[in-house]
Write a protein that binds this ligand. Structure first.
Ligand code: DSN
Length: 420
């Protein structure tokens, strides 16, 4: 019987092969400042592009519905053991396809439709799945969003406590997508305990900082912790839910069969690899570099007259208020992209502008730190950002900056990519 022909991607689908190659170049030649993005290692890429994608494995290690799980069970057990050791948790479920399904499973584990829940409002840096009205989580539950203090743009714990006492939520979310300061998990837990709520910390943005010891950990403070695996943690696109033993069964049942079918085993393997990488001493240095770089970039921007929400940062991101620069977020982000510096426009707290063209940009240092960039490069970056934002329609200037950016990038090749 002749073997099926099995040519490589470039032969089977030159269109997709070419787009992937172009994306490799884009990721190599531009500076990636999107706070939720990173570069995974070659090892993580290899695991996530492996034959494990071929296998169905509904269930959990040792208790599956299909045969042939001898190796998959080992993969998932390794992933779980490594994550448990990395974060110091009793239990982890590594099957959620990403952050949103992980969060949905938490609702299923603890809430009934119509229950009261609380999370940070989206315009203040909360996530859609923390009960925002356009998300299923805001439609199927009574959501009472909290926000930031107008005076200093820090979490308004007086408001959190008042809302919690008024609405007696079943579940309180803490964790943000655009908050540049340390989250006080203990204060959230105190409020959750006062009203008998479950506290879930969504550490998607800061998981790598927690693992690297440069942000306080919510472990043993929040009963449940969700995260994506691909931001500061430098894993594949995926999600996880961590909890104490008491809630393990409820969480597992909610992920499968509650929200999902078969896990993505190639992703599970890549999470295992990322957890191994994150448990090495170098990862602690990496996490420290992320924060040091964010502080250096903050200093550089403040020195050039930029306003930063809360005046600086404790973590991997900065929220830049462009109001005094007489430009809104969208044209600024577009000009920066043309200059080879990729970030996203972002609402600032109490933003008078619409979400599609808000007053700010959000920048983060996880990806530049993965390339090995440091304080000197952050100073150059601040200068380029200043020039591009000051002259967003000067295409010659933007092209000149893009050239300089590319030159700098050549000295800091990103992990995982070999440009042909
Ligand atoms: N899209 C992610 C972020 O950029 O923060 C959150 O889901």
């Amino acid at each position: 019987m002749p073997m099926l022909s099995d040519p490589p991607l470039a032969v089977v689908d030159p269109d997709i092969a070419s787009l992937i190659q172009q994306e490799e170049r884009r990721e190599t030649h531009k500076i990636r400042l999107i706070a939720s993005e990173n570069y995974v290692s070659r090892a993580v890429l290899e695991a996530s592009g492996s034959v494990l994608t071929n296998k169905y494995s509904e269930g959990y290690s040792g208790k599956r519905y299909y045969e042939g799980q001898q190796l998959i069970d080992q993969v998932e057990t390794l992933a779980c053991d490594r994550v448990k050791a990395l974060f110091g948790v009793d239990h982890v479920n590594v099957q959620p396809y990403s952050g949103s399904p992980a969060n949905l499973a938490v609702y299923l584990a603890f809430c009934e439709p119509g229950d009261s829940i609380m999370g940070m409002g989206l315009p203040f840096g909360g996530h859609l799945t923390h009960g925002w009205n356009v998300s299923i989580t805001g439609r199927y539950f009574q959501s009472h969003p909290y926000g930031l203090r107008p005076s200093d743009h820090r979490i308004d714990f007086d408001q959190v406590r008042a809302l919690a006492k008024e609405h007696r939520p079943r579940l309180i979310w803490c964790g943000l997508s655009a908050y540049p300061r340390v989250v006080d998990f203990g204060e959230f837990r105190a409020i959750a305990d006062e009203v008998g709520a479950i506290l879930c910390a969504d550490i998607a943005h800061i998981a790598g900082l927690v693992a690297g010891g440069v942000h306080p950990s919510p472990v043993k403070v929040a009963q449940v912790i969700t995260t994506t695996t691909h931001k500061t943690l430098r894993g594949p696109r995926g999600g996880m839910i961590m909890c104490d033993e008491e809630h393990a069964k409820a969480i597992d049942k909610a992920v499968f069969p509650g929200v999902q079918g078969g896990p993505h085993n190639h992703t599970t393997a890549a999470i295992a690899v990322a957890a191994r990488e994150a448990s090495q001493p170098e990862f602690k240095a990496y996490a420290r570099r992320i924060v040091d770089n964010a502080k250096a970039l903050a200093e550089g921007l403040l020195g050039r007259g930029f306003d930063l929400i809360t005046g600086g940062t404790d973590n991997h991101l900065l929220l830049v208020d462009l109001t005094r620069k007489s430009i809104s977020g969208r044209p600024a982000a577009r000009a920066l992209d043309a200059a080879g510096i990729v970030c996203n426009c972002n609402a600032i707290p109490f933003d008078p502008r619409k979400p599609f063209d808000p007053s700010g940009i959000r920048v983060g240092t996880a990806a530049v730190s993965s390339r090995g960039m440091g304080k000197d490069e952050m100073a150059r970056l601040a200068a380029w950002i200043d020039q591009a934002v000051a002259s967003p329609t000067d295409s010659a200037l933007l092209a000149r900056i893009a050239g300089e950016v590319q030159e700098l990038c050549a000295s800091f090749p990103p992990p995982g990519i070999v440009v042909g």
